[in-house]
Design a protein around this ligand. Structure first.
Ligand SMILES: *Cc1c(COP(=O)(O)O)cnc(C)c1O
Length: 377
């Protein structure tokens, strides 16, 4: 915490959306990894990180990977998803969700979302399932878990694979169970702005021992276990380094603290914005525990131009914000999709500064400036 942070400095400060929380623990672990000489993907931090992160999720196995995007690709490939297959994804997500499906040679089918949780709407999934459908890839968006019970019921019925894109939701819970092993597997990201970080990095979690073995094989060029430098099929180098895992272990030591802080920061925003008209923040389903990756704010009577003016007004007050993701189906290399809810919220939503070092007076300041900006635009 910078010592100069005080109320009188507020107007000179710039509040980013996110910033990593790095302490002496992370520094010490990195130093220790460097000193050990194990700086590529062998080393005790990688094993510890995999084991401990799996435990954190209540999963039996953890497979560390270079980032979340390749984690999604590896998961699809390892589950046998490929050419000619459709994968149902929510239209509102970071583009990596859809791109990973393309990387696997399959086709993303864009599904609409629930207006409140912003996660894929199970009722809409049911309509999209065809004989080509091979998998469903729900996203726990902005920290809110998708309704995995409903999704698993659909998948069981039609014999579909389920991959959780949990890149934004470390520690989120659905009906008391942490995300990550609620479907066939879960995929996490440890990018610098995520709830836990390793700089770049990712993890796949699963309860399926055979799938775990297949993930490990394909992560490492599919090299034969019994015959070195023999490869029965095409694999990848999707490994995480011991240096990155060293950071991850330190973050795991602090995970409950980091998650508690996110919850607290959201509560401050909720309180600070309670009387601001026509503004809503994250809604959480009664069965869900939100990991609050990012605070969400929607201008309920707004449109895209008003939202963009609002973001400009905040920026001029030293507060960064970012728009919700565009519906992925709107990208020029896709053919569009009939997803009215995703299209509606994408135009009126922004994410606000949500990082662990924010203090109550920072959030109070941001909320009061939001009140001024909303009235102006
Ligand atoms: C961040 C993110 C990813 C990709 O993770 P990287 O580690 O950046 O590759 C995938 N899906 C979602 C929903 C994300 O937010």
């Amino acid at each position: 915490m910078p010592p100069e942070t005080s109320t009188k400095m507020m107007n000179d400060k710039f509040y980013p959306i996110a910033q990593p929380s790095i302490t002496e623990k992370e520094h010490a672990n990195v130093e220790s990894a460097l000193k050990s000489g194990w700086i590529s993907s062998l080393g005790s931090y990688v094993n510890d990180f995999e084991k401990r992160f799996a435990e954190f999720c209540g999963a039996a196995h953890g497979i560390a990977v270079s980032n979340g995007t390749v984690g999604l690709h590896l998961a699809l490939r390892s589950l046998g998803v490929g050419k000619g297959d459709d994968v149902i994804v929510p239209d509102l997500s970071f583009i990596a969700t859809a791109n990973a499906v393309l990387m696997a040679g399959a086709t993303p089918v864009f599904c609409d979302i629930d207006r409140e949780t912003l996660c894929i709407d199970p009722a809409q999934i049911a309509v999209k399932i065809t004989p080509r459908t091979k998998a469903i890839m729900p996203v726990h968006i902005y920290g809110h878990p998708a309704d995995m019970d409903a999704i698993n019921a659909l998948a069981r019925d039609k014999d579909l694979k389920v991959i959780e894109d949990a890149a934004e939701a470390h520690g989120a819970e659905m009906r008391g169970r942490r995300v990550g092993a609620l479907g066939d597997c879960g995929v996490f990201s440890f990018y610098a702005n995520k709830n836990l970080t390793t700089g770049e990095g990712g993890m796949i979690t699963t309860n399926d021992a055979r799938l775990a073995e297949r993930l490990r094989l394909l992560r490492d060029h599919a090299m034969s276990k019994t015959r070195r430098y023999w490869h029965e099929e095409v694999g990848y180098n999707y490994r995480l380094t011991n240096i990155q895992a060293a950071i991850g272990c330190a973050q795991l030591d602090r995970a409950e603290f980091l998650l508690d802080r996110k919850k607290e920061i959201f509560a401050w925003y909720q309180e600070g914005l309670a009387s601001t008209p026509n503004v809503v923040v994250n809604r959480t389903a009664p069965w869900a525990k939100n990991a609050y990756w990012l605070v969400c704010l929607e201008l309920r009577d707004g449109d895209e131009m008003r939202r963009d003016r609002f973001m400009q007004a905040l920026r001029s007050r030293g507060i960064d914000s970012r728009p919700y993701f565009y519906p992925m189906s709107d990208m020029p290399y896709f053919q569009g999709a009939n997803t009215p809810v995703a299209h509606e919220v994408a135009k009126i939503g922004v994410n606000l500064p949500t990082y662990v070092d924010l203090r109550r007076d920072d959030v109070d300041y941001i909320c009061s400036e939001i009140g001024v900006a909303v009235a102006q635009v």
